[in-house]
Design a protein around this ligand. Structure first.
Ligand SMILES: *Cc1c(COP(=O)(O)O)cnc(C)c1O
Length: 388
């Protein structure tokens, strides 16, 4: 997996490579098992349908739900759009108010602004300096017309973990649906939709060592039964909630990836946490003026969002072509605006411009972390020594 000629990959929160075990499992779907899962009249279709159901089952197992509660989509962006717009349309007679948080991914914020253009009411809650939403503030934002609360499980920039169980209990108590964008959480930390009283959950294949262009939406079937207005019509696939020929290779990948995560999550997260702790300690002991953005402990294993006093993050990345990382700006969007997440923590423009996100993953090695530590320290020292 590690190629000496390529930069060290420390950007796992942007995307992950496909695990070779996942890749192997996908291969037959490109050759003999290429059928359309909706073809009812022959073995090609039956084989594919069977693979799809096996994938659905594995994902359900990881989340603690039934396979009937999993819908396949093209990714977390689509899952988020379907959850938010599908609820808005289906429950129009019941209310029109949505609550979410300013630090959400654009794949939540943009659909919500679309809904607000169409007449929905949207409340975006702020966060404290560690990126956590206040539960009392959440409770007092609830209205009789509130349909749904959407709060991400793990922030993609700063890794802050949301108190899902508390949020779920609060939503259930007030009879409001709870959706979570769990693209950064599924397969990395334990998620249990019943224990956490989650009604809708979005996940993405390419964040869990499966392929790009596949994702899923968990939709609760029982107490309460969640219903959605489909946003993609044509053929009535996925119980009428999401039409379109299923991406069988992607679904097989996502299923296998889910199984691997379920087996290995505990061990893997400890190893990754150990490596990122080492990297942080080394950087902090060798350099002054380094701060961790976000929560010091309550964060995704392997996420380090660091700011380096006096350093421009873009310059730092330029100085380090041998390490692949993200700056605090625009890692999730096509624009170059300063990160709305870091802004919400109360950081100054300058602090935001000096921040980078380092994210470790399954294939990160001890040697890579040793080398990355040395190189980051070197690069920061060189930049600080330059006349400005
Ligand atoms: C990556 C990501 C998305 C987008 O997922 P796609 O599958 O690429 O559409 C949405 N939300 C979060 C939190 C993410 O990290």
């Amino acid at each position: 997996m590690v190629n000496e000629d390529r930069p060290i990959y420390l950007d796992y929160q942007s995307t992950t490579p496909v695990d070779s075990r996942v890749f192997r499992e996908m291969l037959p779907t490109f050759s003999e098992k290429f059928g359309n899962a909706a073809s009812k009249g022959h073995v090609y279709g039956w084989e594919s349908a069977k693979l799809v159901e096996a994938g659905r089952f594995r994902i359900a197992d990881l989340l603690g739900c039934t396979s009937k509660e999993i819908l396949f989509t093209s990714g977390a962006t689509e899952s988020n759009n379907l959850a938010l717009k599908g609820v808005a349309e289906k429950y129009r007679d019941k209310g029109n108010h949505f609550i979410s948080v300013v630090t959400e991914h654009k794949a939540i914020l943009d659909p919500l602004s679309r809904l607000s253009e169409r007449g929905s009411e949207v409340t975006l809650l702020g966060v404290n300096s560690e990126g956590t939403v206040d539960l009392e503030e959440l409770e007092s934002a609830l209205r009789p017309t509130t349909l749904l609360v959407s709060i991400m499980a793990v922030n993609n920039e700063i890794g802050t973990l949301a108190p899902l169980e508390e949020i779920g209990a609060l939503c259930r108590k007030h009879d409001v649906l709870f959706h979570t964008d769990a693209a950064q959480a599924v397969g990395k930390i334990p998620i249990h939709v019943d224990k956490m009283k989650i009604d809708l959950l979005s996940l993405s294949g390419h964040k869990v060592y499966a392929t790009k262009g596949v994702g899923a939406l968990y939709v609760r079937r029982r107490s309460p039964t969640v219903r959605l207005a489909s946003q993609m019509d044509g053929g009535g696939h996925e119980r009428g909630m999401r039409s379109g020929t299923l991406n069988v290779p992607g679904i097989v990948a996502l299923g296998k990836a889910s199984e691997l995560c379920q087996w290995e999550m505990g061990k893997e997260s400890l190893r990754i946490q150990f490596l990122s702790d080492n990297l942080f300690q080394r950087i902090q002991s060798d350099l002054s003026g380094v701060q961790l953005n976000g929560h010091s402990a309550n964060r995704l294993p392997g996420n380090l969002n660091l700011r380096f006093k006096g350093i421009d993050a873009e310059d730092l990345l330029t100085q380090l072509p041998d390490i692949a990382m993200s700056t605090g700006s625009a890692c999730t969007t096509a624009s170059l605006e300063p990160s709305h997440v870091l802004k919400a923590l109360g950081l100054s423009e300058e602090a935001i411009r000096s921040s980078i996100r380092i994210s470790l993953g399954r294939f990160t090695t001890d040697e890579e972390i040793d080398r990355a530590g040395v190189r980051i320290v070197e690069a920061v020292r060189e930049l600080r020594a330059q006349p400005r």
